[in-house]
Design a protein around this ligand. Structure first.
Ligand code: ADP
Ligand code: MG
Ligand code: MG
Length: 528
């Protein structure tokens, strides 16, 4: 596809901009506008939405890599469900991260408090997203995907991603002027005439299906059913635990609407800000500790919470004071199925990813094998083939080598330094690593990991952001979603699915690709 995406004339650009922008607004491919763009006085009631940045065309992505990501997702789900069950291993990870990371230490303290009194809920739900970039070495060998990170909490964009695939696939169809409107199959897409002169026939694009919104919602539904009947006499519900002032709210809404479309069972969904946990929830009297929720708009109604789906609580910003930590403790000790539990949140730290991926003897496949009871050694090696080298900054042999790299102004250029944080904007790149480490006391270095940079082959595309087009080289990051429901005590997995994908794309000059952070944009794959 050398002439892909096609060159556009100025008037074609204007037309495509209009089509994509209107489609995005009409289909909830939206976020709330940033406060800097819309002054509070212009939107006092929060009625405005703005189109999410998107690529005009689906980005070419090696089919072999896409299939590789899809193929390993269930093994990844199983791996992280198993790691979540290995409390001893996670305790070691928290210990290795060290006291300097108060956030991780405080999370662990909550787990220990609940363990002390005994967990009343052993089922645990994971809505995961494994992120990758394409790696191809200079020899021009077969491209492979390499894992950027594995998310176990608040894995976002599943709601917007299936919409983006729709935008690129079919929903921008415009009837061909020479065809009768009844011949729906002959409708033409965004990428075809009559929108642009150098049309790309739809059948030359290979657009994989993407059920991310419905798929993630069905994971929540599984947990809702698996919770069993209410034992308090109140109807069951699902709570989306959210951040105040969340801009990416429509992403979450697509999941919510998908859940609400279930008629058997009916699934009431409520949004609860993290800061209001204690205000609106309580634990039932008695040993079972059912979580009860009274919606502020229905003060006479109470629901028994079956599932807490967390779109908050993943970073220190949500825990400004002791009361916020007590809120998390209150949820953790309740009978609601947590997505995720604290153990699963800790399993998703970059430290765990590093321990799995650090080249060691004996090889990591043996560590992996131990966590994949139902898998064969081939699934362990399939997972290991997605790892890139990641090192600790401790005093082990690998750690000492990493320290030498991270403090060398030349060697550090192929690396990224990561703390145990989520949500983008936390990493230190390349030449900034040595001066950064100089500013950090030596005893705190163990809370970081050092990772080789993945350098994907160049791709071109056009990004539509805030109504303006940005053309040029882009870098794509593929996320594969997975849902998994397991029992911590029985050590059984009752549900394990791969559910759709995310393609996020950023300009090739940007280190971080967060869509919410304003650098990245939504995209979809055309497989090549
Ligand atoms: P977070 O949990 O904050 O999303 P990530 O590990 O995903 O942290 O890093 C954020 C971004 O940094 C990624 O989306 C990617 O753009 C970039 N990045 C992270 N690790 C690498 C890597 N090894 N190679 C290239 N880019 C990376
Ligand atoms: Mg993350
Ligand atoms: Mg990430």
């Amino acid at each position: 596809m050398t002439d892909y995406p096609p060159e556009l004339t100025a008037s074609e650009e204007a037309r495509l901009t209009e089509v994509a922008k209107d489609w995005a607004l009409a289909h909830g491919l939206t976020v709330r506008p940033p406060p800097a763009v819309i002054a509070a006085e212009a939107d006092p009631r929060g009625i405005l939405a703005t189109a999410v940045p998107v690529t005009l065309f689906p980005s070419p992505f090696p089919g072999i890599c896409f299939e590789q990501g899809i193929a390993v997702q269930k093994a990844y789900n199983e791996l992280y469900a198993s790691i979540s069950q290995d409390e001893e291993f996670l305790a070691r990870m928290v210990n290795e991260i060290g006291d300097s990371d108060e956030f991780i230490t405080d999370l662990w303290k909550i787990h220990l408090r609940v363990k002390e009194e005994g967990y009343v809920q052993h089922k645990s739900l994971g809505l995961f997203r494994s992120d990758y970039m394409v790696h191809q070495d200079a020899s021009g060998s077969r491209p492979q995907i390499k894992q950027v990170e594995f998310n176990t909490i608040a894995s976002s964009f599943g709601g917007l991603s299936s919409q983006t695939s729709q935008l690129h696939k079919s929903a921008a169809r415009i009837p061909h002027p020479q065809l009768s409107c009844t011949k729906k199959s002959r409708y033409l897409s965004l990428t075809e005439y009559p929108l642009i002169e150098n049309a790309i026939p739809l059948d030359t694009l290979n657009l994989p299906p993407n059920n991310s919104a419905a798929g993630l919602a069905s994971g929540i539904k599984e947990a809702f059913i698996s919770y069993g009947a209410s034992t308090t006499g109140h109807s069951k519900c699902v709570i989306f635990l959210v951040q105040d002032g969340e801009r990416n709210v429509f992403d979450q809404k697509h999941l919510e609407y998908s859940l609400q479309s279930s008629t058997d069972p009916i699934i009431p969904v409520f949004r609860l800000p993290f800061s209001q946990i204690q205000e609106h929830t309580s634990l039932a009297n008695g040993a079972r500790r059912q979580l009860l929720y009274t919606p502020p708009h229905l003060p006479t109604r109470t629901f028994e919470v079956a599932v807490i789906y967390m779109r908050s609580g993943y970073g220190p910003g949500d825990y400004p004071d002791a009361r916020a930590w007590e809120g998390r403790y209150h949820l953790e000790r309740s009978a609601a199925i947590k997505c995720p539990s604290i153990l699963t949140q800790i399993a998703g730290t970059k430290k765990v990813q590093q321990v799995l991926a650090t080249p060691t003897i004996p090889s990591n496949s043996s560590i992996l094998g131990q966590y994949l009871p139902s898998g064969s050694s081939s699934s362990a090696s399939a997972l290991a083939s997605t790892f890139t080298n990641i090192y600790p900054l401790d005093t082990s042999e690998a750690g000492l080598r990493a320290r030498a790299i991270a403090t060398d102004p030349e060697l550090c250029k192929g690396y990224v330094l990561k703390p145990q944080r989520e949500g983008g904007g936390n990493n230190i790149y390349r030449g900034a690593i040595p001066p950064f480490l100089k500013s950090v006391p030596d005893a705190h270095w163990t809370s970081y990991i050092l990772m080789e940079l993945i350098t994907p082959p160049p791709v071109r595309n056009t990004i539509l952001r805030n109504g303006k087009l940005e053309q040029g080289g882009v870098i794509c990051e593929l996320g594969i979603y997975g849902t998994c429901l397991w029992d911590q005590q029985a050590k059984t997995i009752s549900h394990n699915e791969q559910v759709g994908y995310l393609l996020r794309t950023k300009g090739d000059q940007s280190e971080e690709g967060g869509v919410a952070a304003g650098f990245g944009c939504m995209d979809s794959c055309t497989l090549v």
